[in-house]
Design a binder for this molecule. Structure first.
Ligand code: AN0
Ligand code: CP
Length: 317
């Protein structure tokens, strides 16, 4: 595997899940694979889980790790080509990327959507430039439109806890005070559509995701109806995708908050969220603290998804 930016890069999901399981059973079986190999992790945005789990995964493989918070300590980077750089940006990505590539064997990039210009975000310009200019295998640590390490960890978690072969998985929009990207829900939808599950997306009118990410999933605008009989409830907020509201927050009322009354409509479903989560906006204390909440297990599986991906990237060197 030469890059990991979407579900398309992982190939067979069955093989990937089996490999992840093998790694989880023995995380230190491949400590020679990463010897004298350097991972560079670049963060254009904040992170708790991705930073720690990916570094841990790399250390399990024997790699050396460098982490750079681009907005804290590095020169401010220009990303537009052709601009006269007389403002506050001291360096261009066009030089910075090959320079960083010269110090690393594998590069992970976190670069969120700006949520101002939909076409620009959906072109994944920053991530694509890393792929084109770094000369190294690149993986996404959440880019403008996808968060594949999260979705892979979510898939592993569902496989571990599912009680039927083809569970009903409901991804539901939930309220949040600030505008968030569509990367997590887009990516989750892409992975759920690739897996053979009964997958439903529930969101209020005005919050439909891009058609290419909805794919063959059922979209339901009545949250309670969608939740009926669910085996897994995956809550997430996202801002509007459709023009002219792209990147906007259309409502912050708590009608779509996941609470115990809504969970009672399900088939004793497990509750999932990628974290960080705002309690009593997205989900009530009662539901997130219940024995059916998998949020910690999900986060723990980020180490496993990252290690599976890094192992495959190292094998391609
Ligand atoms: C980010 C998002 O929604 O994309 C990261 C989630 C993993 N969340 C926030 O910025 C709160
Ligand atoms: N779920 C996730 O990616 O969390 P962080 O933003 O803390 O990395």
């Amino acid at each position: 595997m030469k890059q990991f930016i979407s579900v398309a890069d992982i190939g067979s999901l069955d093989k990937a899940i089996a490999e992840a399981k093998e790694i989880k059973n023995n995380r230190f079986a491949f400590t020679e694979l990463g010897r004298n190999k350097t991972l560079l992790m670049l963060f254009f945005n904040s992170s708790l889980r991705t930073r720690l789990s990916t570094q841990k995964a790399a250390m399990n493989l024997g790699m050396n790790v460098m982490v750079l918070d681009v907005n804290q300590g590095a020169w401010k980077l220009e990303t537009e080509r052709g601009v006269i750089m007389d403002g506050d940006k001291a360096e261009h990505l066009l030089e910075a990327i090959p320079v960083m590539g010269s110090y690393a064997d594998v590069i992970g990039v976190r670069s969120f959507a700006g949520l101002r210009d939909r076409d620009e975000d959906y072109q994944e310009r920053v991530l694509r430039q890393f792929i084109e200019l770094s000369g190294r295998p690149v993986f996404s640590m959440e880019a403008a439109t996808r968060h594949p390490l999260q979705s892979f960890a979510d898939l592993i978690t569902i496989e571990e806890y599912k009680e039927t072969k083809r569970p009903k998985v409901v991804m539901t929009w939930a309220p949040h005070p600030k505008a968030l990207p569509q990367a997590v829900p887009n990516s989750f939808a892409e992975w759920m559509n690739a897996a053979d599950y009964d997958f439903v997306i529930a969101n209020p009118e005005g919050y439909d995701l891009a058609p290419e990410f909805i794919g063959g999933a059922r979209v339901e605008h009545d949250q309670r109806k969608a939740l009926e009989g669910a085996d897994f409830v995956y809550a997430k907020n996202w801002s509007a995708y459709n023009a002219p509201n792209y990147g906007k927050v259309l409502r912050t009322d708590r009608d779509w908050t996941i609470d115990a009354e809504k969970m009672a409509l399900t088939n004793n479903a497990y509750f999932m969220h990628c974290l960080p989560v705002r309690r009593n906006m997205i989900v009530t204390d009662e539901v997130i603290e219940s024995p059916r909440s998998l949020v910690i297990q999900e986060a723990a599986n980020r180490e496993i998804s990252a290690q599976t991906v890094l192992k495959r990237l190292l094998e391609s060197l």
